[in-house]
Design a binder for this molecule. Sequence first.
Ligand code: MG
Length: 255
Amino acid sequence: MSRVSVRRGVATHRGRVRDHNEDSVLAEGTVAVVADGMGGHAAGEVASAIVTETVAELLQPEVEGSPRRADVVAALERANERIRESARRHREQAGMGTTATGMALVADGDREQWAVFNVGDSRVYRLVAGALEQLTTDHSEVQEMVQAGVISQEEAAVHPLRNLITRSLGLDPMPEVDVRLLPAEPGERFLVCSDGLSNELSSDAMAAIVAGATGPQEAADALVRAAVEAGGRDNVTVVVLETEAGGDDRGSALD
Ligand code: MG
């Protein structure tokens, strides 16, 4: 018996500048992942789709019980290997890569925890007292400059190098995956998004939209609409998760 069940909303949009959408998204049961692919000749969407397809294996019934933290990391390692394998077989995919960011409910002893994971600069936020707290740390050049005290967070948001990421899937060796465990509690709201959302909207604007929505699907739709209206310079993808008390196991998560 799970302590929490999950309601979720998902939305994605090509935006107003790009001619196709290289983001991929999975939100099913108690797993959510956003992958922001990169690479020419539509290879970015191949890489990001490999992530969502591979992470979806955490939901397969032959996986006994809830996945564990190590299963989440192993899924991302498999995705990394499959991206490299596909790029080896298809020359036009050479150099493709993707972010992989999200959360999965995992068993940790007899406790249930959210494993919040990240490779790249897609993000997970939690809504706390009406404000968004970023749970992931971007793997980007500008974030390293912020941490080194060279530029401020405000300068990072508009810095010309803000799209340069320092970790992604599709690399050899596989980059380290950040994983943070948080106790799963009812009554929480989370956001998983690609940078097409967080680059267009301030976290205050995002928080106001989530707090004002009547449910997770309305929140996801409103966030994507606002990012597209604000410029839509990149593909925009968002998952909104709301946790509720009770529920059964993964299969019973509410739609
Ligand atoms: Mg992007």
